[in-house]
Design a protein around this ligand. Structure first.
Ligand code: FES
Ligand code: FES
Length: 158
């Protein structure tokens, strides 16, 4: 079946089987391998992307269901010149170790900051609740998200 979606601002079309997930389509049809396959059952969040403004586990969403949607993946955040503030602060604060959970964490954090410019620690914890990390604690990630929020607010105020 034909699926037409917009990914990171670009219109894309793929011919996929009805059981193909959004994650599989992004990775196999569009070579967007930032979103990772972890548990494949909706528990780990490493496949998180943003679909029409909502964070979703792309391993659980059928590609067909995303037809007509706007999808944002980790590849759509940075420009050649500049990382997104969430990416930059994760790097600056050493918030990741192996990095496998990173794309999902960063997409959840980015989507949170799009909706809530100054989230509390509890709100950040809630936003990351579906994203698991097996390497680090979450403290540095939360700090990185708070720092990113400050930077975004400062930049918007200029
Ligand atoms: S791979 Fe999708 S939630 Fe784990
Ligand atoms: S940094 Fe390794 S799983 Fe999170």
């Amino acid at each position: 079946m034909k699926v037409e979606i917009t990914v990171n601002g670009e219109k894309k079309i793929a011919d996929v089987s009805p059981e193909t997930t959004l994650l599989k389509m992004l990775r196999d049809e569009f070579d967007l391998t930032g979103a990772k396959l972890g548990c494949d059952v909706g528990d780990c969040g490493t496949c998180t992307v943003v679909v029409d403004g909502e964070s979703v586990n792309s391993c659980l969403m059928l590609a067909a269901r995303a037809s007509g949607s706007e999808v944002l993946t980790i590849e759509g955040l940075a420009t050649f010149q500049k990382l997104h503030p969430v990416q930059q602060k994760f790097e600056d604060l050493g918030a990741l170790q192996c990095g496998y959970c990173g794309p999902g964490m960063i997409m959840s954090a980015k989507n949170l900051l799009d909706k809530n410019k100054s989230p509390s620690v509890d709100e950040i914890r809630d936003a990351l609740a579906g994203n698991l990390c097996r390497c680090t604690g979450y403290t540095k990630m939360i700090e990185a998200i708070q720092e990113a929020a400050k930077e975004i607010n400062t930049t918007n105020a200029l």
